[in-house]
Design a protein around this ligand. Structure first.
Ligand code: SF4
Length: 452
């Protein structure tokens, strides 16, 4: 049963000391109940009570952690069905396979793909994060492959796919400091695998032939003491998988049905051999509700859109994407290069910086913190007006980097020109274009003028 804020409050030491980062114990209790703070933030709670509260306030989908301590990957931990209710917490890991039957050349190609397929977007790195190493009856090569992954792709999370429990024990050792996810498939001796997972402290995938069959299997393992499980419903058709994943999420969140309160692993190659179709299916399960998605190969043109979709779905809908306030030099500017000021809404920044880059005009881009609001909205909210732009320009240190005193402002806030010149004292404020695509022409002209 979930605890209310008042129930949690009763279990707190009531010192109101603020050490948890909240002004009162009650404020902290409310945040813990809402899942927005961790009970560990209060240093004075009795460890037994702490465990009780942590259990009662844990997300309905358990958070299972794999990977290394430097690069941990959280699976599950979700609290809602829909993104508009609250942010989706932990994006599904996306990756492919290394099989023991693959030629060395193919293994090398796949490892290179992992190393090369990465893109930066709005300050975030988009890349595949998981590899499923598949033992096709060659334990020795299986271990060799794992060692190679650890050496050449140390940041990757590893799924160990083998039916041989002894080989998997060795494979876990070969993972070194990285916690792998063990995938034994549908096995008769699941309790032995459970025992092994308990001893080795690794999470285990529970596979079934159909959804209903999962329940007793999960209950058996949890009775054994296993907490970190990942589900594989065994669906043989994408429609069935879609239904299973929705049922699992709804049952866990709406009914607090414990056997389904775990992350889910999915295998797109189970449904089609066509790689494009696998990525299309993957795009469905990014939204509904996979925690690991495996496809049979990594291809830049298919992977990039999938990673962008995932990035967008797992961003916080209540927080605009922002870039840090500061001076951004573009195209190698010097003391005579134009200075442009804009807001820190990520989309605005990337459009403006993209146009400046494309213009090849060396330029200083000043990005002012507007709490992620776009130019006009920030101006209307009083976060991008003459006063605070002038204060920012003075504090930014741009004056020490340039020999002129000319500042380009967005055309949408042309009305602040006079007041801004007054506030800045000695600067000329130039009204830039309303749309960023007008910047290249405007900057080329201004750059010539500043050097003449
Ligand atoms: S640290 Fe603990 S005792 Fe102090 S205010 Fe927070 S909840 Fe209360």
């Amino acid at each position: 049963m979930a605890l209310t804020g008042i129930q949690i409050m009763k279990l707190l030491p009531k010192k109101n000391c603020k050490e948890c980062g909240f002004p009162t114990c009650l404020a902290f209790a409310m945040k813990v109940a809402a899942g927005q703070a961790e009970i560990d933030q209060c240093p004075y709670v009795d460890p037994k009570v702490k465990e009780e509260i942590a259990e009662a306030t844990a997300p309905p989908i358990r958070t299972v952690v794999i990977g290394t301590s430097e690069t941990p990957y959280k699976l599950g931990g979700e609290t809602v069905l829909f993104r508009h209710e609250k942010k989706f917490e932990n994006p599904p890991l996306i990756g492919t396979y290394l099989n023991t039957s693959m030629e060395d050349q193919e293994i090398t190609r796949r490892i290179k793909a992992y190393q090369q397929l990465r893109w930066e977007r709005v300050g975030n790195l988009l890349k595949p994060e998981v590899v499923c190493v598949r033992d096709e009856g060659n334990g020795e090569r299986f271990i060799t492959l794992i060692k190679r992954v650890r050496e050449e792709l140390p940041e990757l999370a590893i799924v160990l796919d083998s039916r041989d429990i002894e080989t998997v024990k060795q494979a876990i050792e070969a993972c070194g400091g990285s916690i792998p996810l063990v995938y034994p498939g549908k096995v008769e001796n699941l309790s032995s695998w459970g025992q092994m997972a308990l001893e080795k402290k690794v999470p285990l995938v529970v596979s079934a032939n159909y959804l209903g069959e999962l329940v007793p299997l999960v209950e058996g393992l949890t009775k054994q003491g296993l907490k970190d499980l990942v589900l594989d419903s065994g669906a043989l058709h994408p429609k069935e998988l879609f239904e299973d994943l929705v049922i699992i999420r709804r049952a866990a969140i709406k009914k607090r049905f414990k056997p389904f309160g775990f992350p889910v692993i999915t295998f797109m190659d189970r449904y089609t051999g066509d790689l494009s179709e696998q990525y299309l299916l993957a795009s469905i399960f990014v939204a509904k509700y996979a925690s690991i998605i495996l496809v049979s190969d990594l291809k830049a043109e298919l992977l990039f859109p999938l990673l962008v979709e995932r990035f967008n779905l797992y961003s916080d809908p209540q927080k605009p994407l922002v870039v840090e306030e500061g001076i951004y030099p573009i195209n190698g500017p010097d003391a005579f290069s134009p200075v442009v000021v804009t807001c820190n809404f990520a989309l605005t920044y990337f459009i403006v910086s993209g146009e400046i880059e494309g213009s090849r005009v060396p330029c200083w881009l000043l990005v002012k913190d507007t709490d992620g609001l776009s130019v006009l909205t920030a101006w209307a909210a009083g976060k991008f007006n003459a006063d605070n732009i002038a204060e920012f320009v003075k504090r930014s240190g741009i004056a020490e980097k340039i020999k002129h005193r000319t500042l380009v402002i967005p055309g949408y806030v042309a009305s602040i020109k006079g007041e801004l010149e007054e506030e800045l004292g000695g600067w000329e404020v130039v009204i830039g274009p309303r749309e960023a695509n007008g910047l290249p022409t405007a900057l080329k002209e201004l750059a010539k003028k500043l050097r003449s």
